[in-house]
Design a protein around this ligand. Structure first.
Ligand code: BTN
Length: 252
């Protein structure tokens, strides 16, 4: 199974009806030396889908996109690895933007449409000799599921009011990922990537709510550092501070 009109991503596609986590399958391929760059592992169902910060990722079987890609971003230095998150977020943005103009990237790489989460990404990098040898990019996008446990989660079908073809959306996202990955490999594209990411960022230069030090505080996102830390001006403070995922949370 391949997608022919891409340069790197989707040259080899492994489809599984069900697995524990596509990220784990991709990691096994890498460890057994058969995880070529661009390989995509896609499943209709995951029994142990994993999210950021040790959370679980739930998805109704056969309704949504759940896949992982294997990248070997040799030209990306370790201290620049947040660029991988940024290009992936932009590719998901591009794919959803075809259907709606209400798309926002919520730092670090969740994708929201009309205030609801449609997509999340779990990137696992392996570092070898000071550079990124492999990056496993796990992507979940809610496409046709109509019932959710949380009112803050939704799907493409729910926000646009009609069901779409999973296969077409998969091909579309793979093409955008391929284009965005080419942009990352051209090292002159870094500023453009950071600029585009910021232009779609939720809370950029506007007041939003954070959970910080066990309190809800309002703050203004002023940017994202090269390290991936978010730059926030907290309510009433003059100073712009940088925070990692462990220090600050979204209130929703
Ligand atoms: C998050 O929002 O916390 C990240 C969710 C990532 C989910 C995807 S689904 C495909 C891949 N396999 C996993 O186990 N997780 C990612």
């Amino acid at each position: 199974n391949t997608i022919h009109n891409t340069l790197i991503i989707g040259k080899k596609i492994i489809y599984l009806p069900s697995c524990h986590s596509t990220n784990d399958i991709a990691a096994e391929l890498v460890h057994s030396g058969i995880g070529e760059e661009g390989t995509v592992v896609i499943a209709d169902n995951q029994t142990g889908g994993r999210g950021q910060r040790g959370t679980t990722w739930h998805s109704e079987p056969g309704q949504n996109l759940m896949f992982s890609l294997i990248l070997q971003p040799r030209t990306v230095a370790i201290d620049q690895q947040f660029l991988i998150s940024q290009v992936v977020a932009l590719a998901i943005y591009d794919m959803l933007r075809v259907h709606t103009d209400q798309v926002k990237i919520k730092w670090p790489n969740d994708i929201y449409v009309s205030g609801k989460k449609l997509s999340g990404t779990l990137i696992e990098n392996s570092i070898q000799g000071g550079s990124i040898s492999h990056s496993i990019v796990g992507i979940g996008v809610n496409i046709n599921q109509l019932v959710f446990e949380s009112g803050r989660t939704s799907s493409l079908a729910q926000v646009i009011g009609r069901q779409v073809s999973l296969k077409e959306e998969f091909d579309r996202i793979i093409s955008f990922l391929d284009i965005r990955y080419q942009q990352l490999l051209r090292s002159d594209g870094y500023n453009k990537i950071r600029e585009e990411y910021l232009s779609h960022l939720y809370g950029f230069q506007s007041p939003v709510l954070f959970r910080y030090n066990n309190e809800d505080v309002s703050g203004i996102v002023q940017g994202v550092a090269e390290s991936g830390q978010i730059l926030v001006q907290l309510n009433g403070e003059e100073e712009i501070r940088s925070f990692g995922l462990k220090e600050i949370e979204w209130v929703w």
